[in-house]
Design a binder for this molecule. Structure first.
Ligand SMILES: Nc1ncnc2c1ncn2[C@@H]1O[C@H](COP(=O)(O)OP(=O)(O)OP(=O)(O)O)[C@@H](O)[C@H]1O
Ligand code: SF4
Ligand SMILES: [Mg+2]
Length: 334
């Protein structure tokens, strides 16, 4: 029996711009079980946010378009729902929190009325009942004096408190899936740790599944069971977070881990990945990572590797792990 809450299959999302087609997401697949957290990591521009927006069907159209694939939630393909049905899923079964709460919070409404909106629409609660829920939620996310704060406007709260308020809005309908896109990047380290703990506690209490998108591999290690490593629109490595981080297979995952600042040892950066993420409207041939890869072989320059199950028990997209031909010579020989 499939116990996955979310199955994303072969998702492709492109942007049709004046400069050409931007292949932002190209054949991306992953799954999230009930109550599990999947971390999505990768450098800037690798397609992490587009993946989240595609699941929510919030890709800006035009210029964007989900061109193929499936987003199955409890087996139902969200890409086939009507606009009205999808609006009920958003704010009901799926909620999202962003890096910058001010983009999600409406400055002209109080925090309370913004939390109350969803329980009133999705659960049919009266104003009074919804206000009670809002106060309880503010208390749950650790906002002091919730009876008073419920009538505050977003600008009256500090950055950390605004982030908590956004989490309260996201969680007040008890979503099955919470998507967090860089939820703590704008916050200082102490508040960041508190917010992550809060998301983790709420996840355990409500058995919510979480998609945690971040640049910060430390955050992923702390909160996720599995990790998806993305590079230039594609999945490069996908598996258990402990296994991937202690014994990475893909040269890109290795390079990402080596480029993490080692705070505890007092060193700044150990290693910088040379070169840049390619333009997604003009991607290199062969392996997308080949111009920057220290282990590049001839085959890597011309043939795209597929995502395969490596002997280490996880998905890897790299010719080093493919059982097929390893050199162009052997391909030419058939
Ligand atoms: N509205 C848009 N129009 C054109 N291209 C877009 C649009 N939105 C995203 N893209 C492109 O899609 C690609 C993936 O972007 P995305 O925002 O998903 O990256 P990301 O991994 O979330 O990066 P970051 O870590 O900086 O948030 C980028 O090349 C980006 O330029
Ligand atoms: S396929 Fe080749 S270039 Fe790409 S990551 Fe593997 S070794 Fe490096
Ligand atoms: Mg992003």
């Amino acid at each position: 029996m499939n116990t996955n809450l979310l199955d994303v299959k072969n998702l492709c999302t492109y942007f049709y711009t004046d400069e050409g087609v931007v292949y932002a997401l190209d054949g991306v697949s992953f799954s999230v079980k009930k109550g599990e957290t999947l971390g999505i990591v990768g450098e800037s521009g690798s397609g992490k946010s587009v993946a989240a927006l595609s699941v929510m069907r919030l890709v800006q159209t035009p210029p964007g378009k989900i061109v193929s694939g499936e987003v199955l939630m409890n087996g139902e393909n969200l890409l086939k729902l009507s606009g009205k049905e999808m609006r009920a899923v958003r704010g009901g079964k799926i909620a999202m929190i962003f890096q910058e709460p001010m983009t999600a919070l409406n400055p002209v409404y109080t925090i309370g009325s913004q939390i109350m909106e969803s329980p009133r629409i999705h659960r049919g609660l009266s104003r009074r009942q919804a206000r009670r829920v809002a106060i309880e939620m503010l208390e749950k996310v650790g906002i002091p004096l919730p009876e008073k704060r419920v009538d505050d406007y977003p600008h009256q709260l500090s950055g950390g408190m605004r982030q908590r308020a956004m989490i309260a809005i996201a969680l007040c309908c008890n979503p099955e899936l919470l998507i967090c896109d860089e939820p703590t990047t704008a916050l200082d380290v102490t508040i960041q740790a508190q917010i992550l703990e809060l998301i983790n506690d709420l996840k355990k209490e409500m058995n919510t599944s979480v998609l945690m998108i971040t640049h910060d591999l430390g955050v992923v290690a702390q909160v996720s069971e599995n990790v998806l490593v993305m590079y230039a629109s594609k999945v490069m490595e996908y598996g258990g977070v402990k296994e991937v981080f202690t014994d990475p297979c893909h040269p890109y995952t290795k390079a990402l881990l080596e480029s993490m600042p080692a705070v505890e040892s007092g060193r700044e950066r150990l290693h910088v990945i040379e070169g840049m993420v390619p333009s997604l409207s003009n991607r290199p041939e062969g392996c997308l990572f080949h111009p920057r890869c220290e282990r590049r072989m001839e085959i890597c320059k011309t043939l795209r590797p597929e995502l395969i199950m490596a002997p280490a028990g996880r998905w890897v997209r790299c010719w080093l792990y493919a059982s097929g031909p390893r050199t162009l010579g052997s391909i030419e020989r058939g």
